[in-house]
Design a protein around this ligand. Structure first.
Ligand SMILES: [Zn+2]
Length: 110
């Protein structure tokens, strides 16, 4: 395991857990919270999840969760409002972050 990954995963365990906030509508707000995730839901249908890239690069990540989308992600929320996403999120450009979001915590792949 690389030192960078070890450090980032250790920090993520210490930092506050990430929560999911649900908003009504089919799109995400312009401003996303620094750590938490936003789920856009319209008429009971989940559309997309937004978050800022956890590496701190300031990039905005939008993940479609509607069944028709490709690629699409699954978002599960536990009774406390803590989200889990699958599959992993992999940004192929710029910061190239690759991570899982599990139980409100980012788990870095590299
Ligand atoms: Zn980034």
């Amino acid at each position: 395991m690389s030192l960078k990954r070890w450090w980032r995963n250790t920090w993520e365990k210490i930092a506050p857990i990430r929560r999911l906030h649900v908003i009504e509508g089919d799109s995400l707000p312009q401003h996303l919270p620094r750590r938490d995730l936003i789920l856009a839901r319209e008429d009971g249908e989940d559309w997309c999840v937004g978050m800022n890239c956890p590496c701190g690069c300031g990039r905005r990540i939008e993940l479609l969760v509607i069944p028709e989308a490709k690629p699409r992600w699954d978002v599960k929320v536990d009774a406390r409002g803590i989200p889990t996403l699958s599959p992993s999120i992999w940004l192929k450009k710029e910061c190239c972050s690759h991570f899982w979001l599990k139980n409100g915590r980012v788990v870095w792949c590299d």
